[in-house]
Design a protein around this ligand. Structure first.
Ligand code: UD2
Ligand code: MN
Length: 316
């Protein structure tokens, strides 16, 4: 209600609320990529974006309060291109928002830093080795990054809507409004890489939007998917297990361009993902946001986004 909005934007209380449909949104977008765009260029083009990548419409009280959470690791070019497109897009939608890049600190492989004589003494057992490999923080963990993103940005603001957003997806239509609906939403339903179709029916990868209540109901995201794949299907299962449905924007609006990329180092397909997925119904209550082990190494407010860097511990 109105009280909540005033609480979220205390300085805007005498402004009229923004119209239901922003007058600035157009239709389909031509997505093109300027060469070598720098953060300074983007900041100059978006003078109303405040430190930390924060924005609220200057002339009306926003109807939507959305945090954008981007799991991120060594994709600087993609991040810059995404910021270049996303900031003006969100401004045209008159959304009050902050963009957070949740960055996994990539430690030097501990296995390389082991004392020289480890091998001489007979080496490590396979289990010890596996434990260390996980602990070295080298393998990417998208579920966990998203959990940290949720926890940290809710400390800053009472966000009503959370967009969990792959760094390489650019929205291609202004009518894909970045607000939330009654059910968790899968926004990236039509990606050019998949010929603008869902690759399979319960597919939930790319960009998803949840209200905090949805997130809490499903106990957050899984922390135990290391490497590529499966965590998005796990999240979809959690939603169904909690008797919610997944909503979608109309396919003509939910169009995205995926920037080209190969498989990243440290994000190999996780061979355990099918096994883990078969256990979601048993484990979703325990593997969750509450037993999330991490330390926040830094929180940096840059002109276009808030950067959260964390180091992971192991949890199960
Ligand atoms: C698909 C899903 C994605 C996720 C993933 C499996 C789509 C459109 N997306 O992505 O949501 O479920 O499968 O884990 O289907 N990242 C980095 N640095 C890395 C590795 C990953 O920043 O080194 C981040 C980045 O935001 C990236 C995301 O993780 O977009 C997903 O990784 P991906 O793009 O390599 O995998 P993809 O496209 O198969
Ligand atoms: Mn991708």
């Amino acid at each position: 209600g109105l009280d909540q909005i005033q609480l979220l934007s205390p300085t805007k209380e005498d402004l009229p609320t923004c119209p239901k449909t922003s007058p600035f949104i157009g239709g389909p977008l031509k997505v093109s990529f300027p060469l070598d765009v720098t953060l300074d260029d983007i900041a100059q083009k978006n003078p109303l974006v405040q430190l930390g990548g924060h924005y609220q419409p200057p002339n009306c009280g926003a109807l939507h309060h959305t945090a954008i959470i981007i799991p991120y690791w060594a994709r600087r070019k993609h991040l810059h291109q995404l910021l270049y497109h996303l900031h003006p897009f969100l401004q045209r939608q008159q959304i009050h928002c902050t963009i957070y890049a949740v960055h996994q600190n990539r430690a030097r492989r501990l296995t390389q830093a082991l004392p020289r004589d480890t091998k001489a003494k007979g080496g490590l057992s396979r289990t010890e080795m596996a434990r260390i490999t996980q602990m070295d923080n080298y393998t990417f963990n998208r579920g966990k990054l998203l959990n940290v993103g949720f926890k940290e940005d809710m400390k800053e603001n009472n966000w009503q809507c959370l967009y969990f957003h792959d760094v390489d997806l650019i929205p291609k239509d202004d009518c894909n409004i970045y607000d939330c609906s009654a059910f968790p939403m899968h926004a990236s339903v039509a990606i050019d890489k998949f010929q603008y179709e869902l690759p399979y029916e319960t597919y939930f990868g790319g960009v998803m939007a949840l209200q905090p209540t949805h997130y809490l109901k499903i106990n957050g995201f899984p922390n135990n998917y290391w490497g590529w794949g499966g965590e998005d299907d796990d999240i979809a299962s959690r939603i169904f297990l909690n008797k919610m449905l997944i909503s979608q924007p109309p396919a003509v609006f939910g169009r995205y361009h995926m920037m080209k990329h190969g498989h990243d180092r440290g994000n190999k397909a996780n061979p355990k993902r099918f096994h883990l997925l078969s256990k979601t119904h048993l484990r979703w209550r325990y593997n969750r946001m509450n037993n999330l082990l991490y330390s926040l190494l830094s929180k940096e407010q840059t002109p276009l986004y808030t950067n959260l860097t964390m180091h992971f511990g192991i949890d199960y």
